[in-house]
Design a protein around this ligand. Structure first.
Ligand SMILES: *Cc1c(COP(=O)(O)O)cnc(C)c1O
Length: 406
C-alpha cells in the first residue's frame, strides 16, 4: 500500500519550517531529500565501520569492503546490469560524463562527429566540446520544436560512419521531457558504430532502468537526486567496452602492478576507481536503492505522474502562465513563467517567503533558454514524498506572486 504520510515520516527534514511556514520542498530535480534509513546508514558507517576498503587485512577494512561491494550488487540489480563490475562508483553524473569523454579521446579523429541534443544539461555538453578540442571532432545538436520535443529527423540526417558518440539524456532536467531513447538508440545502432551514452540523472529517480534492454553502452546518474547522499554516482559501461578503453584517473587502487618501468592496470571495476572512494556514501546509495524498492517503483511513478498532472492542470488555469513543454511527454518537472513578470527569480523569492522551495534560472541548460528566448524559468520538481496539498500551496503562491509583481 502507498501511504504518503508514512513515507513523509521517513524524511525528518520535511518537518521543518522555512520563514515561519511548513517547508514545501519542490526542488527535487536539483537534489532530493534523504530518508532516515539512508542517514542512519551513513551514521552507522562512521560510528561502527569506518576503514579504507580493498587494502586492509584487518576486520573493519574487510567489513567496509563487503558492505560497499554489497551496495554495488544492489545497484547492479537496480539498473539490471549483466555484471557487478560494470557498475563504477563516481561522485556524480558530471564526473561520469567527463570520464567517458576522456577515455574515448583515442577513438576520435579530426572531422569525426558527436551527436547530442538541445535538451542537454551543461555537463552533457561541455565534456564533449572539450573532447572536440582535443581531437578536432565536431558537435552536432539535435534541435527541438516549440513543444521542446526532439526533432528526430535531424538524427537520421546526422548519423553516418563519422558519428562516434551519441549522448542524450533520458529525461530533461529543465523541462522534465521524456526523450524517446529507445528510438534514438535503435536508429543509432542501425546507422553507425557510435558509442551510445545515456544521461540518466533525471530518469533513475523516477523510472525502472534496464540497461541491457535499453542496449546503451554507457549509463550515468547521480545518487543525490535519488535519495542518496551528495558525492555519489554511478557510471555503467558494457564490459567489452570498459575492458578495451584506457583508464581515467591514475593512482592507488587502479593498478595491478606498479613500477618505474611501467604499470599494469587492475581489472574492472577498480581500473576506473582510482583513489579512496566515498565508502560511506557508496554504501548509503545502496540503502537509497533499498528505500526505492520498498516504496515500489510503480508506486513512485504513479504518484509522481499524478502530482505532475495535478500541478500542470492547476497552474494552467492561471492567466498568462506558460508551461514549457506543455504538450510533451514529461515526468517529475513543471517549468513555467508568468507573462509580464520579467524575472523568474522574483517569483522564486516570493515563494520562498511562503516556505516553498523551487528553482529559478537557466537550470544549467542555457541553450534551451536561448531557444525559448528567455533568461530562465520557475521550476517545480517532484519526489515521492510530495503531496497534492503542497501543490495547492504552490499554486496559491504563484497567484500571490502574480498579484504582487504584475
Ligand atoms: C543534475 C544533472 C546533471 C549533473 O549531475 P551532478 O549530480 O551535478 O553531477 C547532469 N544531467 C542532468 C540531466 C541532470 O539533471
Amino acid at each position: 500500500m502507498f501511504d504518503i504520510q508514512e513515507i513523509r515520516s521517513q524524511f525528518s527534514i520535511l518537518d521543518r519550517e522555512v520563514n515561519g511556514k511548513p517547508l514545501v520542498y519542490l526542488d527535487n530535480a536539483a537534489t532530493s531529500q534523504k530518508p532516515n534509513s539512508v542517514l542512519e546508514v551513513c551514521h552507522a558507517y562512521y560510528t561502527e565501520l569506518n576503514a579504507n576498503v580493498h587494502r586492509g587485512i584487518h576486520t573493519l577494512s574487510q567489513l567496509a569492503t563487503e558492505e560497499m561491494e554489497l551496495s554495488r550488487r544492489k545497484i547492479q540489480k537496480f539498473i539490471n546490469a549483466e555484471h557487478d563490475f560494470e557498475v563504477i562508483f563516481t561522485k556524480g553524473t558530471t564526473e561520469g560524463l567527463n570520464l567517458i569523454a576522456y577515455i574515448l579521446t583515442q577513438k576520435l579523429q579530426k572531422d569525426d562527429e558527436i551527436i547530442i541534443s538541445y535538451l542537454e544539461h551543461h555537463s552533457n555538453i561541455v565534456p564533449w566540446q572539450m573532447l572536440c578540442e582535443r581531437t578536432g571532432a565536431r558537435l552536432r545538436v539535435i534541435p527541438i520544436d516549440e513543444n521542446g520535443v526532439l526533432q528526430l529527423d535531424y538524427l537520421d540526417q546526422y548519423l553516418s560512419e563519422k558519428t562516434k558518440v551519441v549522448s542524450v539524456n533520458q529525461v530533461s532536467n529543465a523541462l522534465g521531457i521524456v526523450n524517446p531513447i529507445e528510438e534514438i538508440i535503435a536508429k543509432t545502432r542501425k546507422n553507425s558504430d557510435a558509442y551510445i551514452v545515456i544521461d540518466g540523472a533525471q530518469s533513475a529517480p523516477h523510472f525502472d532502468i534496464d540497461v541491457q534492454k535499453m542496449d546503451c553502452d554507457f549509463f550515468v546518474f547521480s545518487g543525490h537526486k535519488m535519495y542518496a547522499p551528495m558525492g555519489t554516482g554511478i557510471l555503467y559501461g558494457k564490459r567489452e567496452i570498459l575492458e578495451a578503453l584506457p583508464p581515467f584517473h591514475g593512482g592507488g587502487e587502479m593498478i595491478a602492478t606498479c613500477s618505474f618501468e611501467g604499470t599494469t592496470y587492475a581489472g574492472l571495476p577498480f581500473k576506473y576507481e582510482a583513489g579512496t572512494p566515498n565508502v560511506g556514501g557508496n554504501i548509503a546509495l545502496g540503502a537509497a536503492v533499498d528505500f526505492m524498492n520498498r516504496v515500489g517503483h510503480e508506486n513512485i511513478q504513479n504518484h509522481e505522474n499524478a502530482l505532475l498532472e495535478y500541478a500542470q492542470r492547476q497552474l494552467l488555469e492561471i492567466e498568462g502562465l506558460k508551461v514549457y513543454g506543455e504538450k510533451a511527454k514529461r515526468t517529475g518537472v513543471v517549468s513555467f513563467n508568468l507573462e509580464g513578470v520579467g524575472i523568474a527569480s522574483d517569483v522564486g523569492m516570493i515563494l520562498d517567503k511562503m516556505g516553498i522551495a523551487v528553482r529559478t534560472g537557466h537550470h544549467c541548460t542555457q541553450p534551451i533558454m536561448n531557444f525559448f528566448n528567455i533568461a530562465g524559468t520557475v521550476r517545480a520538481s517532484f519526489a515521492v514524498y510530495n503531496t497534492f496539498e503542497e501543490i495547492d500551496r504552490l499554486v496559491e503562491g504563484v497567484k500571490k506572486a502574480q498579484r504582487m509583481l504584475g
